[in-house]
Each structure stands twice: as C-alpha cells, then as structure tokens.
Design a protein around this ligand. Structure first.
Ligand SMILES: CCCCCCCCCCCCC/C=C/C(=O)SCCNC(=O)CCNC(=O)[C@H](O)C(C)(C)COP(=O)(O)OP(=O)(O)OC[C@H]1O[C@@H](n2cnc3c(N)ncnc32)[C@H](O)[C@@H]1OP(=O)(O)O
Ligand SMILES: Cc1cc2nc3c(=O)[nH]c(=O)nc-3n(C[C@H](O)[C@H](O)[C@H](O)COP(=O)(O)OP(=O)(O)OC[C@H]3O[C@@H](n4cnc5c(N)ncnc54)[C@H](O)[C@@H]3O)c2cc1C
Length: 627
C-alpha cells in the first residue's frame, strides 16, 4: 500500500539513536547537513532521473550522461556550490562520467606534479572546465608495469619541444576514462628521452582536441574502446584509445615538480623521491577506500531491508511466515557485510588523515612516511574493493531471485563497481607491494630498526626479531602466501582503526554499543573464516575458537533488532539507492509488479518478431502434429 511504512515495526525495535548514528556515519553534523541538502536537491530534480539507465542503448546512454554532467555543472554554478558541495552533488548524481577523471585525476596530477608556475597556468582553466582532462597512463601492452610503458617524449633542443610518439601498437594508450570522446587534454605518461638517454616515465600535459570544433589535433588518433561489462554501469564512461604520431608540445608542458629538463636539455632531479610521480595514484587509492564503504553500504541497505520484508517458510497456525532476516544463515552472510561497511567507513576516515599527514610532511621535505602511505593505500584499496565487490554479489544472492532483476539495483551496482578491483592497480599487484614492504620491514628488524606506525606490532613479535632475511630471496616462489600475509596485515589495520574509533567519545543513546557489536562481528567473523590458520599456528585452541563462534552468534542476535535502523543510518534516499527491494517503506511487491509492466517489452502484448519467428514455428508444429 502506498504511504504505509512496511518497515515501521522494524524501526520501532531500534535500541539506539538513529539520528546520532547518521552523524557518526557522515563524519560530522556539518557533513550530514550538506549530504541531506544536496541529496534532496538531486533526488527532487527530474533531470537527474536514472531509473531508465540500464535500458538505454550506448549512444543514447552516453549522450544522456553528457547532458547530466553539463546540467550538474550549470546547477553548481547557479547555486554557487562550494567544492565540497559540488563533489557531493556529483556523488549523489551517481553516474560514472568523464568529470570523475577530470576532478579526480587530471587536476590532482597537475596539483601534485606540476610546478607553481604550471599550476597557475593550468588549474584555473581546469577549475572552470574551460579545458577537460583525463589521466592517460595505461597502454594496450602495459598497465601494472608502469616502468614498462612505451610511449616516448623525446626532447628536441632545436625547438625547445618534446615530441610525443607511440612507437608500437602496444604503446597505444588504452583505458583512460574521459579520453574516448570528451577530453581536450590529457596528463600523458611517457618515457623521457634526452639525447638518446631514457630517463624513465614522466607526466606531460598534452592537448588532444581542438577547443573550437573538438576534432583531434594533427598527429592524434583517438576514440572509445567499446562496450564494457553490464547494462548502464561503466558504459556511461568513454574509456579511450589514443595514439601519437610525433606530436609536438612545448618543454614547459612536462610536469616538472619532481624532475626538470632545462632549455639546454639537462635532466635535473629534485631532492624528492622519484616515486612522487606515482602520487596521483596514491591519492586516488585513498579515495577509493573511502568510496568502498559507500558501495558496500548501498548493497547492504538493499539486502537488509528486503530481508526484513521477505518471508519464506515457518508459518505457525496459519500465521505469517518467517522473515528471512531471522534465519541465522542469512544473518551470518549479511551482518558481517553490515559490519564491514562500518569498518571501511572508519578506516577510510583514518586513511584520509594519514594521506593529509603525509602531504604535510612532504611539504616540509620529510619523506619518511611515504613507504607506509604507499603500503596502506595500496593494501587497503585492494582489501576494501575485493570485499565490496564480493559483498555486492553476496547481497544479490541474499535477495534471492528478485536480486537478479535490474530494478533491484544490485546488478548495475556490481557491474559498475567490480572494475575497482582492477583499476588504480590490480588488487594482487598491489598486495605484492604490501608484501614487499612487510618483508623489507622484517629484514630491518634484524638490524635493530624499530618499526613504527601500522607496522609497530612487528617489532613485538619475538621470532621476527631473530629473523635475518633478504627481501628478494624466495619472494616470487612464496608470493601467493605473502599475498595472504599482506591481506592479514591490512585486516589488522581495519580492526585496529575500528577499535580506535570506539575509544573516542561517541554521543547518542546506544550508538557506541551498536558499534561495539558491529566491531565484534567484524573481527570474530574474520577469526571464524580463518580459524584454520589460527589453530594451525596455535594462536587459538579449539575451545577458544568454539567460544569465539558462540560469541559471534550472540552478536548476530544483538544486532538483529537494530538491523533496519543501522542501514537507515546510511541516510540514502530512494533516488540514490535506485532499488525497489531497498525502498525505505519496504513496499516491494506492488512496486515490482508495477515496474514489470513498464518494461519496453510489455509495450505491446504481441512482441515484435512474433510474425517472423514465432508464428511460423507454431504453424510448423501444428502441421507436424497433424502428420
Ligand atoms: C571530486 C571527484 C572525486 C573523484 C574521486 C576518485 C574516486 C574514484 C575514481 C575512480 C576512477 C578510476 C579510474 C582509474 C584510473 C586508473 O586506473 S589510472 C592507472 C592506474 N595504474 C596503476 O595503478 C598501475 C599499478 N602499478 C603501479 O602502481 C606500479 O608500477 C607498481 C606496481 C607499484 C610497481 O612500480 P615500479 O616502479 O615497478 O616499482 P618497484 O620497482 O616495484 O618499486 C620501486 C619502489 O617504489 C615504491 N613505490 C611504488 N609505487 C609507489 C607509490 N605510489 N608511492 C610511493 N612509493 C611507491 C615501491 O614500494 C618500491 O620501494 P622500495 O621497495 O623502497 O624500493
Ligand atoms: C574501468 C577501468 C577504468 C580505467 N581507467 C583508467 C584511467 O583512467 N587511466 C589509466 O591510465 N588507466 C585506467 N585503467 C587501467 C587500469 O589501471 C589497469 O587496467 C590496471 O592497472 C591493471 O593493469 P593491467 O590491465 O595491465 O593488468 P595486468 O597487469 O595485465 O593483469 C593481468 C593479470 O596478471 C596478474 N599480474 C600482473 N603482474 C603481476 C605480477 N607482477 N605478479 C603476479 N601477478 C601479476 C594480475 O594480478 C592479473 O591477474 C582503467 C581500467 C579499467 C578496467
């Protein structure tokens, strides 16, 4: 029934102050206020409609994305939104677009790797969107191995220019978002060649298209790489292919904060580590961790609300059947994901703090925490995106058959999210970086160097102190085990940051108790999943393991009456969730029924193609039957 809250009884069961939990989730009262205002602005504006997205053919879908992005920009200017509000608006519009790369990578790359002079020249143009940029690093032949990129930037001392060239097919840039059809400029990564000497990969600002008629400039071949996984989803993005045929750019378009090329063609390295060329990736990985909690919480919100609406079996004396959320099996799949959504939120907040801290230290020429920042961003990006991608799929299964319908919102959410396990660094490749960092730490403990920060615990492990190891020996052979160790290390960070959060003052009746229960579910479900490792290494006895499992089940029962309120605290509007199963009012069945009739296939009772392909078959069967 319209207007009735089918989940009202569930909401009454909550044992904590939901409004206070909303503030914890949002990060502050201010953040919550901005989120409320901007999400309403988007939800109330029919121009931001997205319920038809999975039905649109690619060209129409893409044009629609261009329209929305332009309209969003118009509203941002009309309403004079701050940077924070504008980025919230893009978040609530919830459509992957070229603007993500413009604001999320092109601008940060110039900020992080450009000199003050370069920033003064390029950033105002980019901020006003008078130029639109992308991040062109990956090539057809190399993505993970950045040092293996083949595009060249050869210095020509006669003209004071770089000549950008794609020497092979595999050197074609391949994948950059926003490149295919929209970007006018690209931060392009290429090998710097001076006087025949290869100085490795550096970033260059290259104009790709005319600012007058948008046609590719001479020497540039550019286009879209084609349809990607799923309907709607990431197909709103123009991931592109790009080739350079001896394209000339002025010398001052090499990003020169980390290293410089002088007018005479001298290569100079600043006093900063060369890894700062990878700085944009560190920034985006940190953002991706914060994003993971948003995606996971969306899926969990849908699955939790639907699990309270859905009933199967267990009717007593003709009474209602059991809500599927009351099955312990459903709880043991759903509640660890609910706990993970909260855990990732807090580790995301901490990682943002760590990143800011590292940036401040870099300003003061203190590079000591850079390796830890790299390991944390790489490792947590890998962990949180893998769990989130698997978690979205688990939520689809938790919704049974209806979860497979596009109107559940889950198929598109999965399709749009799953490349996060690959982009900004393949998750295994990134875990190998963490493993390398851990091995390096172990090798230094033996020499008496005390580890600090997230690896401080390693200095307290007796057998590591005795260890004399070399980073490379046996690394490749043991890499699969080392990746598991890297995951365990990252899990430890997530758990510790959750516990640290609980040590803070958290206002609101019952809020802290709920978070304590979720934290318990988070680490006990991990302990349960990996109990074999804990038993094998004698960190746990079988009795302790059984007790931990009892405790986990007890926590599921504690969270159960609060489950709906805990997902309400994510504060997602129906527009943002875009899911019939996850509707706030739980009015699922009438809305599913209604939506089915809106499908284009139901526009006519007899489908197109019946007369050509179905009727002849039926005729033939009749004829055979008569024989
Ligand atoms: C308002 C808008 C909001 C937007 C918000 C954004 C959110 C979401 C947007 C999402 C859009 C995504 C679009 C996708 C974009 C992309 O995918 S861009 C391309 C990304 N590509 C990659 O990530 C490639 C992955 N590969 C690498 O990063 C590196 O090549 C490598 C795997 C790390 C290895 O590099 P290599 O140079 O070969 O290094 P090594 O020899 O192994 O190591 C050398 C030392 O350098 C250290 N190191 C490596 N990387 C870093 C780093 N980033 N920072 C600091 N240090 C680093 C490494 O540990 C080694 O150290 P030592 O051991 O001390 O020698
Ligand atoms: C949707 C999407 C958007 C993207 N956007 C951009 C963008 O805007 N700009 C940009 O520059 N790039 C972009 N990329 C490219 C992306 O960054 C790369 O695809 C990513 O870094 C992975 O690299 P790869 O494709 O070379 O994978 P590969 O490295 O070829 O991976 C293939 C397999 O090999 C394994 N593997 C590779 N190396 C090792 C190793 N050393 N040890 C063990 N196993 C290994 C991997 O684990 C994986 O299983 C995007 C990609 C996608 C999917």
């Amino acid at each position: 029934m319209e207007g009735v809250d089918h989940l009202a009884d569930e909401r009454k069961k909550a044992e904590f102050n939901v409004e206070a939990m909303k503030i914890v989730w949002a990060g502050s009262q201010h953040n919550l206020e901005v989120s409320n205002r901007i999400s309403k602005l988007v939800a109330d504006d029919p121009a931001f409609r997205k319920d038809d997205r999975t039905m649109l053919p690619r060209k129409e879908l893409f044009k629609n994305t261009l329209r929305k992005a332009a309209y969003a920009w118009k509203r941002i200017n009309e309403l004079r939104l701050s940077e924070e509000e504008a980025s919230k608006l893009r978040f609530y519009v919830d459509e992957t677009a070229y603007t993500d790369l413009h604001w999320g990578m092109f601008i940060p790359a110039i900020k992080g790797q450009g000199t003050d002079e370069q920033q003064r020249k390029w950033l105002p143009l980019a901020y006003k969107m008078q130029i639109i940029g992308c991040y062109a690093q990956t090539e057809l032949g190399h993505g993970s191995n950045v040092q293996g990129l083949e595009t060249t930037a050869t210095f020509d001392p006669h003209t004071d220019e770089f000549v950008i060239h794609s020497p092979t097919l595999t050197s074609s840039k391949w994948w950059p978002g926003g490149l295919g059809k929209v970007s006018t400029h690209a931060v392009t990564y290429a090998r710097l060649i001076i006087d025949g000497k290869d100085h490795g990969v550096h970033g260059f600002i290259v104009q790709l298209r005319s600012l007058e008629d948008h046609r590719p400039l001479p020497g540039i071949t550019v286009g879209d790489i084609g349809m990607k996984f799923g309907n709607g989803a990431y197909n709103t993005m123009d991931n592109g292919v790009l080739r350079f045929d001896h394209v000339r750019i002025p010398r001052n378009q090499m990003l020169m904060k980390v290293s410089q090329v002088t007018r005479e063609g001298k290569y100079k390295q600043s006093d900063v580590p060369r890894q700062l060329v990878y700085g944009t990736m560190v920034y985006v990985r940190q953002r991706i961790v914060a994003d993971a909690s948003c995606y996971l919480s969306r899926a969990v919100c849908i699955a939790t609300r639907y699990s309270a609406v859905r009933r199967q079996f267990g009717s007593q004396n003709g009474g209602p059947e059991t809500q599927v959320i009351d099955y312990k099996t459903q709880q043991s799949r759903l509640f660890p994901l609910l706990a993970s959504a909260y855990a990732f939120r807090f580790v995301g907040e901490w990682l943002e703090w760590l990143y800011t801290d590292v940036m401040q230290r870099l300003q003061a020429n203190d590079f000591s925490t850079l390796p830890e920042a790299h390991a944390c961003t790489a490792g947590l990006k890998s962990l949180t995106t893998s769990v989130t991608a698997d978690g979205i799929e688990e939520c689809r299964k938790l919704c049974g058959g209806h979860g497979y319908l596009c109107t559940s919102g889950l198929p598109e959410l999965f399709a749009v999210y799953v490349p996060a396990c690959t982009y900004e660094g393949d998750n295994i490749v990134l875990l190998l970086q963490v493993a390398r960092f851990l091995m390096k730490t172990v090798s230094q403990i033996g020499t008496g160097k005390q580890p600090v920060g997230t690896i401080a615990y390693m200095g307290r492990i007796e057998h590591l102190m005795q260890c004399r190891c070399n980073v490379q020996r046996g690394f490749a052979e043991l890499s699969a085990d080392l990746v598991e160790a890297a995951v365990a290390h990252c899990q430890l960070i997530v758990v510790s940051k959750f516990i640290e959060k609980l040590q803070q003052d958290i206002p609101g009746e019952g809020v802290k108790q709920q978070l304590e229960a979720l934290c318990g579910i988070y680490y006990l479900s991990l302990l349960h999943k990996h109990q074999g490792d804990f038993l094998a290494t004698s960190y746990l006895t079988p009795k302790q393991s059984a007790l931990a499992n009892d405790q986990l089940r007890a926590l599921y029962s504690k969270v159960r009456p609060n489950a709906i309120a805990l997902v309400d605290a994510f504060n997602y509007s129906d527009h943002f969730l875009s899911s019939i199963l996850g509707r706030y009012d739980g009015n699922v069945y009438p809305k599913l029924y209604e939506a089915a009739w809106k499908d284009p296939l139901n526009e006519s009772v007899v489908p197109d193609g019946y007369h050509e392909y179905v009727r002849p078959l039926l005729k033939q069967q009749l004829h055979t039957a008569r024989l």
